[in-house]
Design a protein around this ligand. Sequence first.
Ligand code: URA
Length: 214
Amino acid sequence: MDNVRVIKNPVVYLNLCVMRDKNTDSQGVRIAARKITRCLLYEAAKNLPLVDTEITTPLTTFTAKTVDPDINLIISPILRAGLIFTDEAIDILPQATIRHIGMYRDEKTLKPVWYYNKVPMEAPNPEKFYIYITDPMLATGNSLIEAIKLYADKGIPIDNIKVICMIAAPQGIENIHKHYPDIEIITAAIDSHLNEKGYIVPGMGDAGDRIFNT
Ligand code: URA
């Protein structure tokens, strides 16, 4: 599939098995999920612009590469399950800002319903913005499309916006690419299909419930 990066890494496979298993308790799901998010975020971070910086080690001074400190790096978790990415994200990318997006899925229509939006900012230099929208489950893709729109409508280049998920359904990927053909989706797995209730099969069940023990 174009514009979909599936992370092929034994650490990811191992932790996907733990996370998906119905016998794994909530704490186990969270631990496994965080390890997967870390791998996904490292992969996403490959698009960040670099600058030279002078570093003095105990031995010498030299010019090293680092992440451009002048970019606006935004992690946008879709509440609530997307929160599982945030601790890892700010650990490995300390300059990131977290901007939450609250949407739930109407159980009948499967359409997203907004309840919280922490993306009120203008983007005066849109090319300086780098956005990672996080949601462990890319099911119908409807919430993610709304979230992408929020940023794309501010003029942020689509190349600077990434969707990061753990498990994706083919229908959801297709839906996102129908609206935004050029957006890159980074995922740990592409599963078989969505069932009639909009759950990913084989999936992991309700990610929010499994992560937050509800
Ligand atoms: N959201 C979930 O939590 N799980 C699914 O399978 C689909 C959407």
